[in-house]
Design a protein around this ligand. Sequence first.
Ligand SMILES: *Cc1c(COP(=O)(O)O)cnc(C)c1O
Length: 964
Amino acid sequence: MALDNRRLAELAAHDDFLQRHNGPSDDDVAAMLATLDLECLESLVERTVPADIRLGRALALDPPRSEAEALDYLKRLARQNKVFKSYIGQGYHDTHLPPVIQRNVLENPGWYTAYTPYQPEIAQGRLEGLLNFQQMVMDLTGMALANASLLDEATAAAEAMALCKRANRKAKSDAFFVAADVLPQTLDVVRTRAAYFGFELIVAPAEELADADVFGALLQYPGDGGRVHDLAPLLAGAAARGIMTCVAADIMSLVLLAEPGALGADIVVGSSQRFGVPMGYGGPHAAFFATTDKLKRSIPGRIIGVSKDARGNTALRMAMQTREQHIRREKATSNICTAQALLANIAGFYAVYHGAEGLRTIAGRIHRLTTILAQGLRARGVELAHDSWFDTLRLTGVDAGKIHGRAMTHEINLRYFGNGDVGVSLDETTTTHDLDTLFDVLLGEEHDLSVAALDERIVAEGTSGIPAACRRESEFLTHPTFRRYRSETEMLRYLKRLENKDLSLTHAMIPLGSCTMKLNATSEMIPITWPEFASVHPFAPKEQVAGYRQMIDELAAFLVEITGYDHISMQPNSGAQGEYAGLVAIRRYQAAIGEGHRDVCLIPSSAHGTNPASAAMAQMKVVVVECDELGNIDTDDLRAKAERHGDALSAIMITYPSTHGVFETNVREVCKIVHAHGGQVYIDGANMNAQVGLARPGDFGGDVSHLNLHKTFCIPHGGGGPGMGPIGVKAHLAPFVSNHVVTPIEGVHADCGAVSAAAFGSASILPISWAYIKMMGARGLTRATELAILNANYVARRLQAHYPVLYRGVNGTVAHECIIDIRPLKAASGISEEDIAKRLMDYGFHAPTMSFPVPGTLMVEPTESESRYEIDRFCDAMIAIREEVRKVENGVWPVDDNPLVRAPHTMADLMDDAWERPYSRELGAFPSEAVKAAKVWPAVNRVDNVLGDRQLVCSCPSIDTYRD
Ligand SMILES: *Cc1c(COP(=O)(O)O)cnc(C)c1O
């Protein structure tokens, strides 16, 4: 009976995911190695990764599973989650994601594999989607402008607090007011931020704002517990006393409630989750952030603005990027980089699909059902904590234990307040049948209430939970976009039309250095819309989330093994949030050992902008460490600065391999120097794709790192989010990572505040990274790293005769990316890195990372997922472009009229009767055979950046402007 090992292996599931994830075949690898004059991959790795940091063994992970096996295993985990009907509310509500949006956006790689729209000419589709989102937020909040999403409501509130302080220079107070009925998880995150900004928090009933001496205030609308009260007098009173105000609002309630802008708020924040985005045990969801016109230059996050292209046509782009960390570094308005673009698009499309009437119907139903519930409960003598409501009731003086017992029988989750009150929040999915059940649960089965009879009385008497002063009077979503796409056919075509304007990984490689645009495998993506993962409330009781917890624990264990750290905190929902969480953990640890005075953070000049921005948020003083001419950290300068700041040195933040794409050989020494001066080492893990299986930051000196799961671990970029930025920490920091007020985390000190609204961040996308690691196994992950390095070195080798490669390691190799220098070429020809970036669009490619970390350069990261065929196609395009530049250099083409400065070329160019350029239409738009076969047309000509920032417009342009 027994099968020997060989025969077992033959019988094992055949499908080898490794072959699917990695681009190059064995033959390709051999050919590429030959190009590099190398015998084998191992010799490339030996030359590239310093011996003193090599792991020297295989990662200890279970053998890989096939795609089918991994999905099967994950399905079994998912089934351990119990999906109860949720009436918990507290910022998260069940919702119906319209299937046309689910299939054509959320489950569509044309949308989810795109990058942040830094190249607007090939991103007009998602830019329009995000502009719709902004318009929707502006309309519903009544504010002058809105950004294109933040990470969650709680961090948006924390950003609002920071903005109040920045904008309110007159206020002398360092205190910030938070109304007692702000959501508890929001207060938790605001508290963490306030501590490191040095703000005092005053938490008191909203009415007490009238007497508070503060620079700003945060109110909740409707309040936690459901009360709808007129904020206008409070907001006016605050304004009169020079206090800036932020209102955290429920987006669905705003359909019926007076908009906070009209009531006098300076800032309005909230979550757009219940506009079609599944709860997903905490995320991802798009938070919104809207302000008055006065605050437009200091609003955090990305903003989509309207500008014009080279033909004078309307074109969209990301506006005012000069406020962001890439330019302003520690003085940036915030550290937010990756946000929630995909989810903002979904929420925006939900509003497009339903329009104002549809939303009024949905919100009206929710309110009417809540009113029926309220009247029924009152008729049976139940006391409600508030006389007003939109969708939430708080029952007081009830027997919570009995209610809980009945609720469990009916598989219903309610909110249980500490004082014995019970909360019920209704949502779009609630039916009259659900109300019958709710009465049974809340009152016991003998209640004898009829929903129909209650409803009849409510309608006859015009009963409403919304006080007259709080009713919305104004129109919203009047723009044609929100009227046109009501049938599924029209909606489907609108979504497809937008998708077709954008370049994503479905078209070509996206060689963005530092971004790791690798395969987001379909099998990794499938579980995220399973109801067992998608429909779980983040505050569901622990007994109902066994599957989630096991998946998260397993993923954490994988990441511990991969990084060499002792513990993973899964809370931060972007890389930048991970940086902040890690630095805060360092500060808490240092305070606990009596070294709280340490506040200097050393950061190399080449660092990503989020590093200094995060350090500033953690109230650290940023001291820049210089790099030498080879791009490496200057150890002499480091030593001198570590010495100078000695006792004040808190930490260093380094990126490894460096943002220059090089494995510095002195990294152990760098860590040692900092440790010798009592500092901690933060290693930015964005470049983990060059290390997995070869080296571990926890082994060579790191105390903490964030991992961008949306880079190395296959979560798609979504056009600018979602992401996940969990941090790995050494044991001494583990008790100091983020805890959570609603979902306490084992092993973490109780007083460590949260950094995200949900305990495990955007939990519903974690199965993606879990599946990737599970299907690759130790050998596969290591192979992927080796191929990422091989592909980058192959690019460097193919391009080096045409463009100088800026930095290399000691043996002449690069890590997983390479920087090519455009400055000499620009000096000789007048053609800039931007011209090359735009010209690449004509060849069907997205540009590499432009001018980071070195101005005037392009940083190319091919990743392991790109085949030799595709990489050759890209290199061929780059080389052809180099020859085009030569024609400008040689005077064949004038410097102001050539295919480079005119790029990208659009259909409008080709149709132009007045074509009088020194090159043919064909060369303009079809410069390669590949684009003749399949062309991604840039939707607009080159977009005017200066105009877009000078005349900031962040709302949907009228349809007429598209026409003229
Ligand atoms: C991408 C990146 C970050 C920021 O990560 P987000 O998830 O976008 O916040 C930080 N550092 C480096 C080096 C990066 O490449």
